[in-house]
Design a protein around this ligand. Structure first.
Ligand code: PLP
Ligand code: SF4
Length: 376
């Protein structure tokens, strides 16, 4: 990293782990082993509010707490509104069941021809290979599965998924998801990717992983060396706030990009975290410096117990309006609502068409000025 970039991507502060040897801190197995899962551990890192203390106990049965030391060290110990804290420390908001909440908000189970595959779009599938994640994001849409050991994607399920893909020649794109697929070992992922590559009609696969954000130490030289053998491999990650763009995350992205993986970001619009055009602009500029292209902004879905994170659809459109034209087109993702009942991703753009009569179109540009275009 250049000197100029280094000031923009500070290393994680390491908090109470300041004296931990680098060999531990940089080892993803150590980070996994030392995860914070209990209140007494969390209390050593941040000053808990009464709400957080209660929630850590009361939400445990539904959705465990799990935070890597690395991600925990990014939290502001004194500010309960810290965006990293809001995403990883339970709050009592999770115990509220709103009228609109759904058990399976995206109907992923309904479109499951075999366990472990959601096939909704004509030419691509979602393939769940594990249910583990280094950090359990409090806004997770797959809460009902993630962190539930009884739903662990067993080997047989992965085999069934591979068989399904092999038997469906229309599938040219496989989104490898979970949980977080990078919870699996390099050997296991290597095996799955090799099996997918051996299927003639599979053109690309994408790894959907939040490890760049929550456990960047996972992106080792060995890991990216393995990926090189299976290119083209797309990697889509999930940064939600500029605070997550550290030196460690930068290095993880560098390794993946240098190994030839095109990188994309899927942000979730979260109240109090990133429902602000300024925050998203800063995030997207940092992502581009990391060679990560902002791909989607998702409207927060209707998963149970995340209503406190939801904001208006208009908040998302406002963000796109603030980006389009005002900054690089590369920094402008698609804002989508993943529709309930399996409707799929529906783009929701600000309106740039003022009116349209016959061959005459009236458009509005990013500054709000109107322009007329005549079709031939
Ligand atoms: C999001 C998603 C995909 C991938 O969609 P793209 O728009 O191609 O990124 C595929 N299958 C399911 C079920 C999805 O939810
Ligand atoms: S990494 Fe993804 S799947 Fe895992 S808890 Fe976070 S949002 Fe859910």
């Amino acid at each position: 990293m250049t000197q100029q970039l280094a000031t923009r991507f500070p290393p994680g502060p390491r908090s109470i782990w300041r004296d931990e040897p680098d060999a531990h801190w940089n080892d993803w197995h150590w980070q996994q082993r030392e995860r914070i899962t209990r209140v007494d551990q969390l209390e050593k890192v941040i000053r808990l509010t009464d709400d957080e203390r209660r929630a850590a106990v009361e939400t445990d049965a539904d959705f465990h707490m799990g935070i890597t030391p690395y991600y925990a060290s990014l939290m502001d110990p004194d500010d309960p509104h810290c965006p990293v804290r809001l995403q990883s420390v339970p709050t009592m908001g999770e115990t509220i069941v709103a009228a609109a909440d759904l058990d399976d908000p995206l109907a992923e189970e309904r479109d499951m021809p075999v366990r472990g595959i959601t096939h909704r779009y004509p030419d691509r599938v979602l393939f769940y290979v594990t249910h583990n994640c280094p950090v359990y994001c409090r806004h997770c849409t797959r809460k009902r599965k993630v962190a539930d050991p009884s739903s662990a994607a067993a080997r047989q399920q992965v085999e069934d998924g591979l068989d399904y893909i092999a038997a469906h020649p229309e599938v040219r794109d496989v989104v490898i998801s979970g949980g977080d697929p990078l919870s699996l070992s390099d050997e296991r992922l290597d095996h799955i990717l090799e099996r997918l590559r051996a299927i003639p009609h599979v053109e690309i696969f994408r790894l959907g992983t939040r490890n760049l954000v929550t456990l960047p130490q996972r992106i080792t030289d060995d890991f990216v060396h393995m990926l090189r053998r299976h290119q083209p491999v797309y990697v889509n990650t999930h940064f939600n706030h500029p605070k997550e763009c550290t030196a460690e995350a930068f290095e993880a992205a560098r390794r993946l990009a240098d190994a030839g993986c095109p990188l994309g970001n899927q942000m979730v619009l979260l109240k109090g975290v990133n429902d602000d055009p300024k925050v998203v602009t800063e995030l997207n500029h940092k992502l581009l410096l990391m060679r990560i292209r902002p791909y989607y902004i998702y409207q927060c879905d209707l998963a149970k117990g995340i209503s406190h994170f939801r904001t208006t659809v208009e908040a998302g459109r406002k963000i796109i309006r603030a980006l389009r034209g005002h900054t690089s087109g590369l920094a402008v993702p698609h804002f989508v609502v993943d529709a309930p009942e399996g409707g799929g991703k529906i783009p929701v753009n600000p309106d740039y068409v003022v009116r349209h009569e016959g061959k005459k179109w009236v458009f509005r540009n990013f500054r709000g000025k109107e322009y007329t275009y005549f079709e031939p």
